[in-house]
Every structure is written in C-alpha cells, then in structure tokens.
Design a protein around this ligand. Structure first.
Ligand SMILES: NC(=O)c1ccc[n+]([C@@H]2O[C@H](COP(=O)([O-])OP(=O)(O)OC[C@H]3O[C@@H](n4cnc5c(N)ncnc54)[C@H](OP(=O)(O)O)[C@@H]3O)[C@@H](O)[C@H]2O)c1
Length: 340
C-alpha cells in the first residue's frame, strides 16, 4: 500500500499533540478527484477540533488530519468525474468533520472542487476556500446584499473579514470595516469605504444606520446592534447556532430587523465564482504567514491568538505551491495591479 505524509493528532490536546503521520494515499471514489496538495489553509476550526472543544458534538475518527482548505494539482479522477483532468490546478473546501487537508494527497467529491484562480500561486489559493466561501455565503445568501447597501464588517482584518470586505465591494456595497487600530490601514487597502477602530469607538453607535452587520468574530450581540441597523436590517453571525438560540421575546424589540446564522457549505460552483473575482483583480487572499507543514503546531498557536491578519497557510509541496520566496502580507500590499 502506498503511503503519504500528513500531520494530525491521535488525541485531543494542545498544539503539541500534532505529529507527523504516515497514512495510506486516499483511494479515488467514482465521483472523486484526488489532489496532490500544494498547500493547506489554517482555520480556527482546525485548532478547535484539535483541542477537543467540539468533541461532544462531532465524533472524529482518530488519528485525525485537520484541514478544510487545499489547493493543488489533480492526480487522479474517478470514472464519473467530468469537469477535471489529471494535471489541472484546483482548490477545494473539505467538510470540517472529515478534514484531511494537512496531507500530501486528498480525495474530494467533484462537487466541492473548482479550478484554481490562474492569477495567484497555489500556495496563496489555499487561503481562499473556507473563509472566502463563508464571506460569500453570508453576504450573498444569508444577508442577500444588494447594490448600494451599507454594510458593517466586524473583524475585517481576519480570514473571513478580509474576504467579506472585498466581496462586499465587488457586490457594490458601501463597506465600513471595524478592526483594531493596528489594522486600519490594512482594511483600507482591502477597499473599505470607512474604517472604525473598535477599541476606541462603539460599533453600536452608527452615524448612518447599516443595512447589514456581519459579525465575523462572534462577539457582538444582535440586541445591542439593533440601534445601528436600519429598517429591515440584517445581522449575520458566524455563530451557526445563534439564530436558533435567540430568545423569542427579542422579536418584540426587533422592528423587522433580522438575525441570521451561517454554517459554511463546501461548494465548487461558489469557489468558481471566487476564482472569477480573483482573476478579474477584484479579490485577493490576504496571506499573513506561511509555515511548512511540519510547523503546523506553530500555525495553530498563531491562529489561536485571534490576531491573524488574513490567512495562515501550510506549505505542503514547496514547488507546487509556486511562491518563489515572496513575503506574505508585504507581497499582497504591493500588488499595484490590484485596484477597486
Ligand atoms: N459558521 C461558520 O460556518 C464559520 C465559518 C468560518 C469561520 N467561522 C468562525 O468565524 C470566526 C472568524 O474566523 P476567521 O477565520 O476570520 O478568524 P481569524 O482569521 O482568526 O480572525 C482574526 C481576526 O479577528 C479579529 N478579532 C479578534 N478578536 C476580536 C474582537 N474581540 N473584536 C473584534 N475583532 C477581533 C482580529 O482583528 P484585530 O487584531 O484587529 O482585533 C483578527 O484580524 C471564528 O470563530 C471561526 O471559527 C465560522
């Protein structure tokens, strides 16, 4: 049996439980695409799964290989696959419960895969799927963002927030980006029309009401934000349970304002839409730092600080990742071709 290298954990615990694993190369199911991984994105869910936070609601098969985001090259396809060929550059979001991205190969259902953007390296494309899909599905589907609407993105410098600012601009919104003071310039670079330092000003006191508030951090309260929302305003939260948990009595105070939860879904067609924006120069992953796969524990510690600016990426195959030693955020900021 052919094996591959991967990084995962055999027991729940701190970052140190991550270890190098040698695992069988995944088989290719009939409707599956096997991908040789260039790089894998890191998301907060990865270290939350590792530290056992979800163990009572999600039963993981141990050893577990985290990783919902991958970019790479198609290595093999199942007989029912129609849209991809070996050698295609692709990216995908893997379901969080299955993970598997911190590995040399993954096998993914064709529906979850899209051709990777052509204008960026695979090493950077790996930062797109989960956070990019979260932002897209929150704004387009949950909030139904319309041209010209006023949007507040809370946590605008994070993985989800940095995509939300850019996607909202691409959809024609007026975007206010809330972040801590050190990231104000960064979110301006992302295209925000207005910026707000949440350490100095209350985000609940809007000069002009917002049509949509997108809380990408899960610390705002819908009740507290009601005053900042205009008529029929929508509050969207990354907390997937908040809509169900919201107390019924709150409806009396809502004045038609709505609370929406989001649980991101893998989607090859949505990823293709993100590729389109990226190749049109309207969207770019903001990569804070890249780590070799062997340093996944350091990347988890970084993500768990809550201070990442954009995405963290694990480079699995240096050559395929195609990054040519360019620095992460600095390279992003110097992209003069990138304009809004
Ligand atoms: N429901 C879903 O389907 C779904 C999908 C994706 C993500 N999520 C969840 O969404 C959250 C964000 O994910 P992410 O990938 O964007 O995380 P992330 O990249 O780690 O977010 C980091 C950002 O959060 C900001 N931040 C941290 N604490 C803050 C606070 N108290 N107030 C305001 N901003 C704060 C930081 O900005 P400053 O340093 O400037 O404060 C930093 O830029 C996570 O909890 C994740 O699990 C849920």
């Amino acid at each position: 049996m052919e094996t591959m290298h991967a990084v995962g954990f055999r027991r729940y615990g701190p970052a140190e439980v991550l270890e190098a694993l040698e695992l069988p190369i995944p088989a290719v199911g009939a409707n599956m695409v096997r991908i040789r991984v260039a790089a894998a994105g890191v998301n907060p869910a990865d270290w939350r799964l590792r530290n056992g936070q979800f163990r009572f609601v999600m039963r993981l098969a141990l050893p577990f290989v985290p990783g919902s985001d991958i970019a790479g090259v198609v290595d093999a396809i199942g007989p029912q696959v129609t849209r991809f060929q070996p050698g295609d550059a692709v990216y995908a979001m893997l379901p969080t419960i299955t993970g598997g991205g911190y590995a040399a190969f993954v096998a993914v259902t064709e529906q979850h895969v899209a051709h990777a953007p052509q204008s960026i390296a695979l090493g950077d494309a790996a930062g797109v799927p989960l956070a990019g899909l979260t932002a897209l599905q929150a704004l387009r589907d949950r909030a139904q963002l319309q041209l010209g609407q006023r949007l507040l993105v809370y946590g605008a410098s994070g993985g989800v927030g940095s995509f939300a600012v850019q996607i909202a601009k691409a959809l024609g919104a007026h975007v206010t980006a809330a972040t801590s003071g050190r990231n104000l310039d960064l979110v301006r670079e992302l295209g925000a029309d207005a910026v707000l330092d949440y350490t100095q000003h209350s985000v609940a006191e809007a000069q002009e009401p917002y049509d949509i508030v997108f809380d990408t951090v899960n610390t705002l309260s819908f009740r507290r934000m009601l005053a900042a929302l205009g008529p029929n305003g929508v509050f969207v939260s990354v907390n997937p349970f908040i809509e169900k948990l919201s107390p019924a009595w709150l409806a009396r105070f809502r004045q038609g304002k709505r609370l929406k939860s989001l649980l991101v879904q893998p989607s090859g067609s949505d990823l293709a839409a993100l590729s389109g924006w990226i190749d049109a120069g309207q969207l770019r992953p903001l990569i804070d730092q890249r780590y070799p796969l062997a340093e996944a524990a350091a990347a988890h510690r970084h993500s768990a600080t809550g201070r990442a600016r954009g995405k963290l990426v694990l480079v699995v195959d240096q050559q395929l990742a195609g990054l040519n030693g360019q620095p992460a955020i600095t390279a992003w900021l110097s992209q003069k071709a990138f304009s809004h």
